[in-house]
Design a protein around this ligand. Structure first.
Ligand SMILES: Nc1ncnc2c1ncn2[C@@H]1O[C@H](COP(=O)(O)OP(=O)(O)OP(=O)(O)O)[C@@H](O)[C@H]1O
Ligand SMILES: [Mg+2]
Length: 240
């Protein structure tokens, strides 16, 4: 049984169609990649899954429960966590305080268990040495790590990653990939939107391409990347 099912979901803003009858399912523990040109509706799909947007049509089912009308908070409590394309920490709080907010408000943990779990998340995301640093002053890699750590502190079953690798150097990117792989190995399902395809390919089982709000194709990552239509739309490579 799928962990998440997006069933025939559509959403428009005036003339812009951000989701056009999208059908997608994610299995427990699966790692799914999403690519597509700028403005294809990738972040909007996360907004629909996480509850920031309500679909005009269709249904979102998480763990067999229809959550289409559920608030972001309820979805977070039930195990859906996301990162933002532009990191959104509480800039004046420390790294640890940011995680404590996520663990207590996002996962309704007691202070004592939140402390314990946040210390563990710090370790997993290689942020222990920065625990007391102000979030607003972190360099890019640590801001990305914190974005991931805040999502993990809510103890998700489904983790939505929105372009976490963008802007990093190659070694930084590989360090982040390692962390994401370890999250994945712990049984958390991942949906990862990413333009840095070589990073994505190291983690995912399945790849989906979005174009103008439509699901263009999905399948084994290598097969999807070799698809002539995908190459043309996504990479601008004309068919030979
Ligand atoms: N709340 C909104 N109101 C109006 N238009 C919106 C809204 N949200 C998204 N859009 C528009 O919908 C389109 C898809 O946006 P979205 O952010 O989902 O794209 P994306 O695939 O994530 O792109 P990128 O790769 O640049 O992050 C864009 O044209 C965007 O301007
Ligand atoms: Mg986006």
């Amino acid at each position: 049984m799928a962990l998440l099912q997006v069933e025939d979901v559509s959403k428009r803003f005036g003339a812009i169609v951000v989701a056009d009858h999208v059908n997608l399912s994610v299995g427990a523990g699966e790692a799914l990649g999403i690519i597509g040109p700028n403005g294809a509706g990738k972040t909007s799909l996360f907004n629909l899954i996480a509850g920031r947007y309500t679909p005009d049509e269709g249904k979102i089912v998480f763990q067999d429960r229809d959550v289409t009308a559920a608030s972001m908070r309820t979805r977070c409590h039930s195990g859906i966590a996301r990162t933002f394309q532009i990191p959104q920490p509480f800039a004046r709080m420390t790294v640890f305080e940011n995680l404590m907010v996520a663990a207590t408000a996002g996962a309704r943990k007691s202070i004592a268990s939140a402390r314990r779990d946040c210390a563990e998340v710090l370790e997993r995301t290689h942020l222990s040495a920065k625990a007391n640093a102000q979030a607003g002053g972190l360099p890019l890699l640590d801001r990305k790590r914190l974005e991931l750590a805040r999502a993990l502190a809510t103890a998700p079953k489904l983790l939505l990653l929105d372009e976490v690798a963008g802007g990093l150097t190659e070694p930084e990117c590989m360090a982040l990939v390692e962390t994401i792989q370890s999250v994945r190995e712990s049984g958390v399902a991942i949906v990862w939107i990413e333009h840095v395809v070589n990073a994505l390919m190291r983690v995912i089982d399945r790849l989906v391409v979005l174009h103008f709000g439509k699901l263009l194709t999905e399948g084994k990552p290598e097969a999807v990347m070799a698809d002539a239509q995908v190459r043309q739309i996504y990479m601008g490579i004309e068919p030979t």
